[in-house]
Design a protein. Structure first.
Length: 468
């Protein structure tokens, strides 16, 4: 993973990467004429339903988000152009967030989630679309890039409909690095990097209930003259908000943290996550109990980035960090998940492969890294992960084998000392699969969605499968 880049540069890179995937979708994927179908999906550890196309060749379609709540209501969200906001109105030329819901009866029609506003333009982009499913229902957040500045959209599923909202603290601001969290009481928080007085700062808003709506968090950083980027956020069952971020320049950024306590309506002491280390990046954080948080991050060591971890709370972090990986290659794309009984599971990419490890508060130790999908050849990318109440996880990723075409695979990771099932295909088409999204609920039900290239189409299809 690269060192820090400017917020505007990171937005441009995201846009270029998305455009690159879409541009490659029309050709179908294989070289030398005709497409070569991958093997049919193998019998796997999960009884996935049939693959269903949710959107076909939709204009400007974006990477999807997916979530499934405790009652089994699944939703896939994405952004596209050409949506008709109401009967008799012309299609929207600017991209907007939409959703389709799934119950045991099947998939419902496409719904418009993001309300159009004056000034929306065809050049706008929707990025960082995220969906969560606490026990209180489905929620989502996203970042809208406009010519005047960035807006943060939000929505939650109430009853049988989506309630829209704007989580932006101010109009026309330069925002990036959006992260989103919710607890099971339905309290939501969005945090991002925002350019203020020429310096990138960490900014956040909280949604305690429908009466109060979105309100500003107090100032996060105590040193506003130093750049703050790459925030991570978690919220515990009591509503405490833990924010971890990188603070500093491109070569010596350190991780800082601060916890907002709703009772005091204030942040506590700003802490260094590890004062002995420098050049720390890409933090992830979870709440695994009341005022109990666990962080992982990428740490420069011997000229490469390894994966480190610490447990902490509002007032301190453990004295020493733990190194999780055992290889010399750089790590990336870590996915940290809270398990039962004060445990956690993390999965990550390294050396073009996937690995996973489980942590327990009782011992303070991580298990030895477990290779996932080791029987596959090629390059593993686009890792996504979700976990159920028993601590069993589903990993989804793309695997680019000898054909050069990325196919979509999954495996499960279970056990106190984790073991993984053999990788199994999720998709059956010949074109490239990419931009996967995954939601898993406490019962182990799951929804997965991805973009599937189709020969002769300008845009990929959006495809989904559900397991109940």
């Amino acid at each position: 993973m690269s060192r820090l880049i400017s917020p505007r540069s990171s937005l441009s890179i995201v846009a270029v990467m998305a455009a690159a995937f879409v541009a490659g979708c029309g050709g179908g994927g294989s070289s030398g004429g005709g497409n070569v179908l991958p093997p049919p999906p193998q019998p796997g550890a999960i009884n996935w339903g049939a693959a269903v196309t949710l959107a076909t060749n939709a204009g400007g379609i974006t990477a999807p988000a997916a979530a499934i709540d405790g009652a089994g209501l699944a939703a896939v969200l994405w952004a596209q152009t050409g949506i008709v906001p109401a009967a008799g109105q012309p299609p929207l030329t600017s991209p907007h967030v939409v959703a389709r819901e799934n119950t045991a009866a099947g998939w419902a029609a496409t719904q418009l989630i993001e309300a159009p506003v004056a000034g929306d333009a065809a050049t706008d982009q929707v990025i960082s679309l995220q969906a969560l499913a606490p026990t209180t229902g489905l929620t989502a957040a996203w970042l809208r890039l406009t010519g005047a500045g960035e807006r943060i959209g939000a929505a939650r599923h109430v009853g049988s409909a989506w309630e829209r909202g704007d989580a932006s603290a101010a109009a026309n601001a330069a925002r990036t690095d959006l992260v989103f969290a919710s607890n099971n009481a339905g309290v939501r928080v969005v945090v991002w990097s925002q350019t203020i007085n020429g310096v990138s700062q960490i900014v956040g808003r909280r949604w305690p209930n429908s009466v109060v709506g979105w309100i500003d968090l107090p100032a996060v950083q105590q040193s506003p003259g130093i750049a703050g980027t790459q925030p991570a956020v978690a919220i515990d069952g009591d509503g405490r908000v833990m924010i971890v971020w990188r603070q500093g320049d491109a070569v010596s950024g350190r991780l800082r943290s601060r916890v907002f306590t709703p009772g005091a309506n204030a942040f506590g002491t700003e802490l260094e996550v590890d004062a002995a280390l420098t050049d720390m990046q890409a933090p992830r954080v979870i709440a695994y109990g009341p005022n109990k948080f666990l962080a992982v991050w990428e740490q420069l060591f011997n000229n490469t980035y390894d994966l480190r971890s610490k447990a902490g709370n509002a007032s301190n972090w453990d004295q020493f960090s733990d190194t999780l990986d055992t290889r010399a290659e750089a790590v990336g794309n870590a996915r940290l998940m809270a398990g039962p009984n004060n445990t956690a599971l993390v999965a990550w990419q390294q050396a073009d492969r996937l690995f996973a490890s489980r942590w327990a508060e009782a011992t303070g130790n991580w298990s030895q890294p477990l290779g996932v999908g080791a029987t596959l050849t090629g390059v593993a990318r686009d890792l996504r992960a979700g976990i159920d109440a028993a601590g069993d996880a589903i990993l989804v990723w793309t695997q680019r084998g000898t054909s050069g075409i990325p196919d979509l695979y999954y495996a499960t990771v279970t056990g106190t000392v984790p073991v993984a099932t053999a990788p199994a295909l999720l998709e059956t088409e010949s074109g490239s699969a990419g931009s996967p999204a995954l939601g898993v609920n406490g019962n182990g039900n799951a929804v997965v969605a991805w973009l599937q290239s189709v020969s002769g189409q300008a845009q990929p299809n959006l495809v989904a499968r559900v397991a109940r």
